[in-house]
Design a protein. Structure first.
Length: 642
């Protein structure tokens, strides 16, 4: 049995159960609720009215208080005129403070009383922590735009400890400055505006500025004439001077300005150099890696990371290792020490902002394993001949050996022609060319045999080179030869022309200087050669008269010899290039004749035609082959169908 639920009269009415009892009950409840609500609203309305009345009273009282503020708090003149002020910030530097970096102060006021004036002054408010004091601020009149009458501006104060005279300054002047500036009408008038714009310049004569922001308060005060104690009103406004740090104080690195160079010593580390050092362990630097980092104008510190692989070890500040992280100071030398290992050292170096190309140097063993000698200049003159024998020295690991190498004549008979037998001659290490270069002294005509060793005496040597020959040619120049470095050139290709003096046997003579190897006019050509040397007369082909093998010498193989070389560019069109010259007075009379040399420049048009012809031939051959293959395929198809 389902229990009978109670249903409210309102719901019963909505359902249609509109019996008299339900309607009566609902009406009674609604009526009671309406009456209660109405009474509450009446009571609330009464309370709200009281609150509103109180609020109006408070507001009125507040307005009364506001309107009773003392008049001296407002920046007004004697008759209530307001002072108007505006400023712009200044931007002096550590070394410059003038009208171009000044702040500005503009002031304006309505003068209603005769004799009334407006005076500007300033006082320090805030400054950088490192600043010991506030520099003085000087006012400089710019103009009086906006004034309705002429304005007299009076400036006074001290500059560098020297008192300034009170001077009347006409509008527009930029010559008078002072720590106090006063404006007044030019005539004793009333009800006139006086306006002025001033530069505010921060002094640097007696006070050294530091970087940062200086803030000053500008005071604009109204005075009666001749009564500086009668202040009627004062208006204030702040003005700032922002002094930037010096560019040299910047910590911002400019990566493109940073450098890293390896050389044998720090003072030479202004460019990378080829460095070889003895591998024996030592605390003495074999090389120095110099890293320099910069901001826009000066050296600035930056972190440096250096790693070495192979032979050697890094050292900085008494600390050694294969990898170091260093706080650089803008110019940081890092030593490379030998650690007993022979081989090539590869050094990786970077800063926080830049990765440099790897550096390298060689550490060689105590003794060389091989010495290989060669003679680039076989014809020697009497007396000293530099760079006659070249020696390539390697240790057992194949590393270039830069130790001491000596040259000596193989026998006493050889020493009579060139070189020394009893006392070997010390050779010079040429790091750039990675070789030793040995000088030889020619003493008589003939051929001398020479050897290189790794000691100052033959008995002490442990390694000896191959034997080489050098010819001391005492013959004089009997003729001259012109030649190109090759027979055929492409259009516009670079070419070398050689001028070579020969002896009576047609052999190259020793390096000499001949005042008139060629006759006046030098070398002439039938083609449009472009000269690739300098524009000086001595380098011109048409002015070649004197000859010196040492001045610009090279043999046709590229090694230094008794030939003078000129660099030219061939014509851009094909054909035969002919050069000619006449022997000069440095040669015998019979040799003062015309000598020539020729070379061919390939014709680009002919070459193109030849290429097209060759291509046509290949195409025809290919067509024949395709036809043959096609016929063969057809024949095979017929047989398959059968």
């Amino acid at each position: 049995m389902t229990p009978k639920k109670q249903v409210s009269p309102a719901i019963r009415i909505l359902r249609g159960e509109r019996d008299a009892s339900a309607r009566a009950t609902h009406l009674e409840a609604a009526t009671r609720k309406f009456l209660v609500t109405t009474n509450e609203r009446k009571q609330m309305s009464t309370t709200t009215n009281f609150k509103r009345i109180a609020l109006v009273a408070v507001a009125a009282l507040g307005m009364g208080v506001l309107s009773s503020v003392p008049s001296q708090a407002a920046p007004v003149g004697l008759s209530g005129s307001a002072i108007t002020l505006s400023t712009t910030a200044g931007a002096p530097t550590l070394s410059k403070s003038d009208s171009t970096t000044a702040a500005t102060v503009s002031a304006s006021v309505l003068v209603t009383t005769a004799g009334e004036s407006l005076t500007l002054s300033s006082t320090g408010k805030t400054k950088p922590a490192a600043a010991s004091e506030f520099p003085a601020v000087y006012f400089m009149l710019v103009d009086t735009v906006g004034s309705t009458s002429k304005v007299i501006t009076q400036l006074s104060g001290t500059l560098g400890g020297v008192a300034l005279e009170a001077t009347e300054s006409a509008p527009g002047t930029l010559t008078e400055t002072g720590t106090i500036a006063s404006m007044m009408p030019a005539a004793s008038t009333t009800n006139t505006y006086i306006s002025g714009k001033f530069f505010a310049i921060m002094e640097s004569i007696t006070t050294t500025r530091v970087a940062g922001t200086y803030t000053y308060t500008v005071l604009a005060s109204m005075y009666l004439a001749n009564s500086i104690s009668s202040t009627h009103a004062t208006q204030t406004i702040d003005i700032s001077f922002v002094v930037p740090a010096a560019a040299s104080d910047s910590t911002t690195i400019v990566p493109g300005s940073s450098t890293a160079f390896l050389a044998s010593t720090e003072d030479l580390a202004t460019a990378d150099a080829a460095v070889s050092a003895l591998a024996t362990a030592s605390s003495t630097a074999a090389a120095v890696l110099r890293v320099k980092t910069f901001n826009t104008v000066a050296a600035a510190p930056e972190s440096i990371t250096v790693t070495i692989s192979g032979a050697g070890i890094l050292n900085f500040g008494g600390i050694s290792g294969a990898s170091l992280v260093i706080q650089g100071d803008g110019d940081t030398p890092i030593n490379i020490l030998p650690d007993g290992r022979s081989g090539v050292a590869t050094i990786a170096v970077s800063t926080t902002t830049r990765q440099f190309a790897n550096k390298s140097m060689s550490f060689y063993a105590v003794a060389p394993a091989t010495l290989v000698a060669s003679v680039p200049t076989p014809n020697l003159a009497l007396g000293s001949n530099s760079d006659t024998v070249r020696v390539i020295a390697k240790d057992a690991a194949g590393v270039s050996w830069a130790g001491a190498v000596y040259l000596y004549a193989s026998t006493a008979a050889d020493a009579l022609i060139a070189g020394s037998n009893a006392t070997p001659t010390l050779c010079t290490w040429d790091a750039a060319d990675d070789r030793h270069e040995c000088s030889v002294t020619g003493t008589a005509a003939g051929t001398a045999k020479l050897k290189a060793i790794n000691a100052s005496t033959v008995a002490a040597a442990t390694v000896t080179s191959n034997e080489v020959s050098a010819v001391v040619n005492t013959n004089s120049a009997a003729s001259v030869k012109l030649s190109f470095d090759k027979a055929t050139y492409a259009p516009g290709e670079k070419a070398y022309i050689y001028v070579t003096p020969l002896d009576s046997a047609g052999k190259e003579i020793a390096k000499v200087t001949l005042a008139n190897l060629l006759a006046a006019g030098g070398i002439t050509t039938n083609s449009a050669l472009s000269f690739a040397g300098s524009t000086t007369t001595s380098d011109s082909l048409t002015a070649t008269v004197s000859y010196s093998a040492d001045a610009n010498s090279s043999s046709t193989s590229g090694a230094k010899a008794g030939s003078f070389r000129y660099t030219v560019f061939m014509p851009v069109s094909g054909g035969t290039v002919t050069i000619s010259a006449t022997g000069g007075t440095s040669l015998p009379l019979a040799a003062r004749v015309v000598t020539t040399a020729t070379a061919t420049v390939t014709d680009s048009g002919a070459a193109a035609l030849a290429a097209v012809t060759a291509l046509s031939t290949q195409v025809a051959s290919l067509r024949t082959l395709i036809t043959t293959l096609t016929n063969l395929v057809l024949k095979i198809q017929k047989k398959v169908k059968a």
